[in-house]
Write a protein that binds this ligand. Structure first.
Ligand code: ATP
Ligand code: MG
Length: 308
């Protein structure tokens, strides 16, 4: 099939004030040397607790944020060196779905206009074919024509997310990035939207980056999984390898949390001053070496972990 996206040594730091009043700034390593590849038609799940850098990573890949360093190859184009014109063309190939469809949809636009806009902007259909194409998209996301005239506030959360997914599909993208796409929805609706993602993957063969803090959800939709902790990938591999034979203590903790045995804590991007394993402070298997050097990802292609 071939590789659609490959990310190498991506880094992004933020400067934040220690307190509201202080002049001193801390440097937070939000994404700290992340590398992975995504094959065409595959879904890569990105899992990790709050603050582990998942959104920053995908925002950098979509060029919504400028990384400090690293390389992003999309279909043989080096995104960080591409011209504006090339990036504009690529925008139709890479689409994002956010957590909260209520804030990502324009409250003053009816569904028809929301779906028509990307089709017109990217000159995907002629005017005469517009209505037909909008209907086709609507059907693909499981809504009927009654929705064409609705505004976001007239729909349920699940219906709004369907419209947001439809808008993302409108341009015929090769990559969909879904950042916590079901977290804001009622539990009863979540399964329906997950099924819609599975249908899209099967039916349209689109590659996906699927971000969630919940390993149970990531596991359901992904072919491969990367586990992030404090900006770093601590484990990556084939879905079942990671889920059934986890190697890293953090992944094991996440799996137990997914089974409801532990509460997940929140993280905060790693400070630039600490040079050990990011999981050192919380790890129940830590050794002295872990405090002073960062384990690198090692292992066979289908399962790597960064742990001594
Ligand atoms: P969540 O699950 O809560 O969405 P996340 O894994 O998506 O978390 P990010 O939003 O990528 O995490 O944040 C990673 C780290 O970078 C956090 O410590 C966060 O506070 C910090 N960060 C993110 N965006 C900014 C910003 N614009 N300015 C300063 N710090 C930021
Ligand atoms: Mg996020």
């Amino acid at each position: 099939m071939g590789t659609l996206l490959s990310v190498s040594e991506l880094k992004k730091t933020y400067e934040v004030r220690k307190t509201v009043f202080s002049i001193k700034k801390d440097i937070i390593r939000a994404v700290d040397g992340v590398s992975f590849a995504l094959e065409k038609g595959k879904t890569l799940g990105i899992v990790g607790e709050s603050g582990s850098g998942k959104s920053t990573l995908v925002r950098c890949i979509l060029l919504l944020e400028r990384p400090d360093s690293g390389k992003i190859m999309f279909n043989n184009t080096n995104l960080l060196e591409a011209s504006h014109a090339v990036v504009k063309d690529l925008r139709r190939d890479m689409q994002i779905i956010f957590q909260d469809p209520y804030s990502s949809l324009n409250p003053r636009k009816r569904v028809f206009d929301t779906l028509a806009e990307p089709l017109l902007f990217h000159e995907i259909v002629e005017k005469k074919d517009l209505a037909g194409k909008v209907m086709e998209i609507l059907h693909n996301v499981g809504l009927d024509e009654d929705f064409l005239k609705k505004y976001p506030h007239e729909m349920s959360g699940g219906q709004r997310q369907r419209v947001a997914i439809g808008r993302a599909l409108a341009t015929g993208p090769q990559l969909i990035v879904a950042d916590e796409p079901i977290s804001s929805l009622d539990v009863s609706i979540q399964a329906q939207i997950i099924n819609l993602f599975l249908d899209i993957r099967e039916g349209l063969g689109i590659s996906m980056l699927f971000v969630s803090h919940d390993l149970n959800i990531v596991r359901f939709v992904s072919d491969d999984i990367i586990v992030m902790y404090q900006g770093k990938v601590v484990e990556m591999g084939a879905r079942d390898e990671v889920f059934f034979s986890p190697l890293h203590p953090y992944t094991k903790m996440l799996i137990n949390a997914a089974k409801g045995q532990y509460n997940q804590s929140e993280g905060n991007g790693m400070l630039d001053t600490f040079n050990g394993c990011p999981y050192y402070p919380k790890c129940d298997k830590r050794e002295p070496a872990c405090e002073h050097s960062v384990p690198v990802l090692t292992g066979p292609e289908n399962h790597k972990a960064a742990c001594f």
